[in-house]
Design a protein around this ligand. Structure first.
Ligand SMILES: C[S@@+](CC[C@H](N)C(=O)[O-])C[C@H]1O[C@@H](n2cnc3c(N)ncnc32)[C@H](O)[C@@H]1O
Length: 400
């Protein structure tokens, strides 16, 4: 079970331990040991050190999570100038001194805190865990969506099924259950998903609208964020959102709440169903953070469905994150790790692709990439595709 999000917890039942400062006989040795520890060079961990961080990663992750959720990191940051003692943190966060001690010592192991003369201070890492929006979105997603599920990873690999999803609900894929996902998993799922795409939408809208499309089809439109962004960008454009029926209802609610339903229509569809089809007559087909939800064979199938409703002037825009196109190792790590969510929770057979794999899928579907941009927002790539010459064409949409 997740720890409660609020930092207030029940009063500790254990008696307060004597504070380290109140035991002078030990203090000299302790201070000397602490100084030595603080002075130890803290460069890149060696292989054995990394092996132990990996061996204990799930335990240390939970410690960081509780340090954040009980407000200990917040209090450490508030007291950064003078440092904080165990007792001060215990009082400020309504946590037992024993609890504070073990959490802080785990924080020493992960370099979240440093200790000097009985007082603890936050490191740069602590600031990121407490305040960095990406780290928060990722940690919430890992805790609320992935953590328990990941115990089933071996089974997911062996079966090709999202074996961990049973920890969240009885669905065959996470998408079938998105509309019914319980809390806090649903909020963390949506915040994770939106975190990466929200920043990129404004950056790509000029390219989406460069051909002045009259009609845009958003495939996998989720909660309608892109549809709403398009309506705000262009006063005349009409949007069709295609998604699974349950998710489409959430989308309709969001769009109607925003008061802009007249220019939006909905196309309920399971794109993996045998009779699945996409609606014709759109100038732009948009797929954002969507193809990563499908296996390579399914990606080709879906792209062929799109291809079949594209005329010579129809533009297909694909926005996704490719781990081989990231500018930092941190961004690569996020994508390489997040792939396992698809393996174990989402559907058992998809991943966050590298750019070469997706390019091959595009070509196999009878499309060609006519333009590509990388490094959009927090590491998105934008591929603009057209029907490849010689490949079958579908109905030609109208422009304006
Ligand atoms: C990761 S979300 C993408 C959200 C959004 N496009 C964005 O950029 O934030 C994937 C979307 O694909 C939809 N989806 C998944 N499987 C589908 C299927 N078989 N048919 C239609 N839509 C599907 C999900 O319901 C979800 O809305």
């Amino acid at each position: 079970m997740s720890e409660p999000r609020a930092s207030a917890g029940p009063k500790p039942a254990v008696a307060r331990a004597e504070s380290p400062e109140s035991r002078p006989s030990e203090s000299k040795t302790r201070v000397a040991a602490q100084r030595a520890a603080a002075a130890r060079p803290r460069g890149r961990p060696d292989a054995m050190h990394r092996a132990q961080l990996l061996a204990w990663a799930p335990v240390l992750f939970q410690a960081a999570w509780v340090l954040r959720e009980r407000g200990l990191l917040r209090e450490l940051i508030a007291r950064v100038a003078q440092g904080a003692s165990v007792d001060e943190l215990a009082t400020a966060t309504d946590t037992s001194p024993y609890g504070v001690t073990v959490l802080l010592e785990a924080g020493l192991a992960t370099d979240l805190v440093v200790q000097q003369e009985g007082r603890f201070r936050p490191t740069a890492l602590a600031y990121l865990v407490e305040r960095d929006p990406m780290t928060r979105a990722n940690m919430n997603f890992v805790q609320d969506v992935c953590y328990r599920a990941m115990g089933h990873l071996g089974e997911a690999i062996a079966s090709g099924k999202p074996a961990g999803l049973a920890e969240l609900g009885p669905w065959s894929t996470v998408y079938a259950g998105l509309a019914e996902l319980g809390e806090p998993a649903r909020t963390s799922w949506l915040e994770f998903d939106h975190f990466y795409s929200d920043d990129s939408f404004p950056l790509v809208l000029p390219q989406v609208f460069s051909s002045r499309p009259a009609r845009v089809l958003d495939v996998g439109g989720n909660t309608g964020k892109f549809a709403l962004a398009c309506l705000g960008y262009d006063p005349d454009v009409r949007i069709t959102v295609a998604d699974l029926p349950g998710q489409l209802e959430s989308c309709r609610r969001e769009v109607e709440q925003a008061g802009d339903g007249r220019r939006v229509s909905y196309h309920p569809v399971d794109l993996l169903a045998l009779d699945a089809a996409l609606p014709a007559g759109h100038d732009v087909i948009w797929m954002s953070q969507f193809l990563c939800c499908f296996s390579e064979v399914e990606v080709v199938h879906i792209l062929r469905l799109a291809r079949s409703v594209m005329g010579p002037a129809t533009r297909l825009l694909i926005m996704d994150n490719f781990w081989d196109r990231q500018q930092t190792r941190a961004a690569e790590v996020v994508l390489q790790a997040a792939s396992l969510y698809f393996t174990c929770v989402a559907n058992g057979n998809s991943r966050l692709y590298d750019s070469g794999t997706l390019r091959r899928c595009v070509e196999r579907a009878g499309l060609e990439i006519v333009d590509e941009r990388h490094g959009v927002g927090l590491g998105h790539s934008l591929l603009e595709c057209r029907g490849a010459p010689g490949a079958a064409t579908g109905a030609a949409p109208g422009g304006r």
